[in-house]
Ligand binder design. Sequence first.
Ligand code: G6P
Length: 614
Amino acid sequence: MCSVVGYVGHRQSCSLILDGLSRLEYRGYDSSGFACIDTQTRHLGCTKAVGRLSNLVQLLQKEPINGNVGIGHTRWSTHGIPSERNAHPHFDCHKKMAVVHNGIIENYQILKAALQGEGHLFSSDTDTEVIVHVFEQEYAQTESAKEAVLRTVEQLQGAYACVLILEDQPDKLIGIRKSSPLCVGRGKNEMFIASDVLAFSGQVEEVAFFPQETFAFVAADAVEAYDFLGNPVSLFFEKLDALWITAEKEGHEHFMLKEIYEQKSAIYKTVASCSSLGASLWEKSGISSDAMKAIKRIKIIGCGTSWHAGRIAEFFFEETTGISTTAALASEFRYRTFFPESDTLYIAISQSGETADTLEVVRMLRQHGQTVLALTNVASSTLVRECGGFLLTQAGPEMAVASTKAFTTQIAALYWLSQRIAYERGKITQEAFEHAQDALLVAGEFLENGIDSYKHQIFEKLASFYANFETFIFLGRHISYPFALEAALKLKEIAYVFSQAYPAGELKHGPLALVDDQTPVCIFSHPDPAIYQKILSNAQEVASRKGRILSFSFEGQKELQTLSEHSFIFPTIHPHLSVIAMTGVMQILMYAIAKARGCEIDRPRNLAKSVTVE
Ligand code: G6P
């Protein structure tokens, strides 16, 4: 997604904003721009560049613009191609005010046509530009910035986090938030505004989040905030967790590699944090122990990798707690017929806690009085603020767009929760619950041991071999099918290789026609002997069509290993935890293939880490 950063204070805004934008570049990176009120001329100066932020940095190094109040933006285009013309900031007709924006103005075409009819001149193809022209119009009429914002937000439909800078009010910025996240960082006689606290990069110790549908005049020493009805609201400042503002690669070539290696420790921290909750779990999760005992259905909502974690957790909840569980894609769930049910627990999963589709489902569920538990990695996220309760994963900041440690910690937390609910409902003993917690840590060990055992083979031999193929089929059964979905997603995201995951049982209903010696078939086995036998039959179907099999198997699964061109072998473990054991090797393999293909890895083309538009 796009990211916005603003600064008002006593220092030069340019380097601070560029530094902030570089930390948010993960959200979007096809063009960028900076504007500030020039200290000398007192007018707005602006520079924009297409491509990576480094292009903007170079331009500003050659021709600096100095000013203490500024705004900046990195763009992930939705409306209008990536170009200098469409890069933010966007200006009013007289270049006296500018805006940077994250989100989508859904009714921009109607607004634009009306404004053009009144003589407004537009310079881009973006939806964003209407914001500043609507504001310009209303400001001219009301001569009050507050009134103008109120009249502007009345007209804008969609989601937006934006920052306005006005030449005639050179000591402040205006931040406006509807749905998309926006926060303000408070320093000593200086303030930042940004889409994500990461932008403050060690500059401030306190942060406040704009509540839904609010705006604020942000000056160096004060913040004056209002809701969309014009009532004053207070922003609540809290201390920033240092961990979240110092994410570095620490010697690794990519964030993704570093994050793959952090998984054992992240699982450990997640289990420790969950179990430290004790009886307070029920209070934190917003559902009492009695209500938990009465639950008849669990519905999990998420997008991308978080949805895959939810699909995997279906097996945990159904087989451990006996509660019927389904995981749905947020973007699909929203447009299906909704049946409110009082005995359903909803779990909304989101690494960032800012994914627009997931948040919209949560809002709809809450309006219907449903119980929604957030599972997220970011304690300060919108998801936590909008759900009835929350459970946190402890992955730490995940910077690579492709999710790795967030995925394993989500699985660990969901597995832990399923065991905890089973214990609460009298399905398992305390001893069994404690054993399950230990087993999670063992799975984390297996994950790391797998990487250690196979990384040389993968980097030195397998990656360059598999990097030559343009299509892959991934097969799994039972819990290894959603795992196959995640593996296929990783390969698509970072190596740009078309890959399709199928339930192995569906092979003969179509995908078998695709099997040839140009399409590797990656089979994820299962520790359960009965399921393994079925997977083996599927592998034989592939082998007899001269398909090249790459398998992830378990000790003793000799037949599958013999049929495979390459096989990674894992210690036998409970089926529910087998996916954790396989995760490290799967991710390293996809990473190494992407690297062998010369891909960018941490910031794949066209993608963004946090998708804050629907
Ligand atoms: C984007 C990211 C994925 C992520 C998905 C959901 O597509 O690139 O890695 O799985 O969003 O994000 P969330 O923060 O809600 O888990």
